[in-house]
Design a protein around this ligand. Sequence first.
Ligand SMILES: NC(=O)c1ccc[n+]([C@@H]2O[C@H](COP(=O)([O-])OP(=O)(O)OC[C@H]3O[C@@H](n4cnc5c(N)ncnc54)[C@H](O)[C@@H]3O)[C@@H](O)[C@H]2O)c1
Length: 432
Amino acid sequence: MKLCMIGTGYVGLVSGVCFSDLGNDVICVDRDANKIENLKKGIIPIYEPGLEELVLKNYKNNKLKFSTNLKESVLKSDIIFICVGTPTKKKGHGADLSQIYKVIKEIRGLISKFKIIITKSTVPVTTGDEIEKIISLKRNKKLFSVVSNPEFLREGEAIRDFNYPDRVIIGTNDIKSVKILKNLYLPLISKGTKYVNTSRRAAELIKYASNAFLATKVTFINEIANLCEKIDVNVEDISIGMGLDKRIGSRFLRAGPAYGGSCFPKDTKALTTTADKFKINLSLIKSVIKSNKNRTSVLLKKVQNILKGRIKNKKICFLGVTFKANTDDMRDSSSLLMIPYLIKKGAKINYYDPTGKKDEFKKLTNVNFSSNIKSAIKNSDLIIIHTEWNDFKSINFKKEVKKKNFILFDMRNIYSSTKMKEKKIKYFSIGS
Ligand SMILES: NC(=O)c1ccc[n+]([C@@H]2O[C@H](COP(=O)([O-])OP(=O)(O)OC[C@H]3O[C@@H](n4cnc5c(N)ncnc54)[C@H](O)[C@@H]3O)[C@@H](O)[C@H]2O)c1
């Protein structure tokens, strides 16, 4: 099939590449000329395990193309996936859909034979209705179909998630589109992936409800961790004990920093805003948003207690600054709040992240990037494990850290407190 991905970011690039690997002809379009030029040279704009090999293979085989020419790419394609950003509006909590509508206005005049227009971007319920209305102003409804096909891939596991998703959701009542899209996803469905055909509005809401539920799970265990710290119970035992209940499940039930990333923060906010519009108060999700916002303050207070209130001139090392492991995505990572706060209190920050130096900290004084773990932790008073990269799981702190009384604050509960005690390392974790 001939596909066009509009927006070559995490979602557009990964799904475009994976669709091409399934044998489709895919053109990935982006307005960012630099990104497209780099991709043509084999330079991958994001860190995603396994992505580079797939891009190189399919680009070489001519199944995958990169372009900045929206018009030409849309004209050549039958299925158009919209994968542009839907960030939070500058004012308020709603989703900013300006990128979506800009694309729709650009492509509606290009529909001269039947095309399926798919929102893969996460869009509030009823956006598909609005898109259909906008296109209908210029084109007969028989010439196009607007479908919601939300994306559930996780950064860091995106290739695997595309090829082995828990489910594929196709939101449309249009029989012709259902037939075509079921065929497109057939290689995954025939491997056992669950396929759900539902209404467009339901598909749009499934995505938001799923993300809000997962955000709630993370926030739930984070609050339970706060209680554990007061009653001499280890939250890891709670996660295991709860997670073994099949009705609950163990995933997204690990205590740690506030949830971040490009999806949960913005999607929880957008969902409550949509509900408010329909005069429904999603009070539970609103509490989750509030609790998550407070989470960073809770952890910073703990840092303050660990250092007995003496943050000034302390050398604090962050191991990992992204919101989770195996991604370079810094969007809404809690380190973006923690590091400036600690700097303001007079700390000197050193950080190491396997995905390299971050522009986000460029303007801050007293923030230094180290190119490896050893040099990052060497002179630290306090080491904070912020992200759960495998690289941080077997560090010989006793050998590598030169400060005698250094402290380790493991925000991901990677290490065993018993073993740390045996090694006489001052160790703090979450929820114990
Ligand atoms: N990142 C994830 O893990 C993830 C997972 C599931 C769903 N989503 C959703 O998918 C959507 C995209 O997310 P992302 O993380 O890939 O965003 P992103 O910012 O990485 O990529 C968006 C891309 O769209 C391009 N773009 C914007 N307007 C354009 C236009 N008019 N023409 C061509 N290109 C244009 C941008 O230059 C950018 O490269 C969002 O709605 C997000 O909520 C993201």
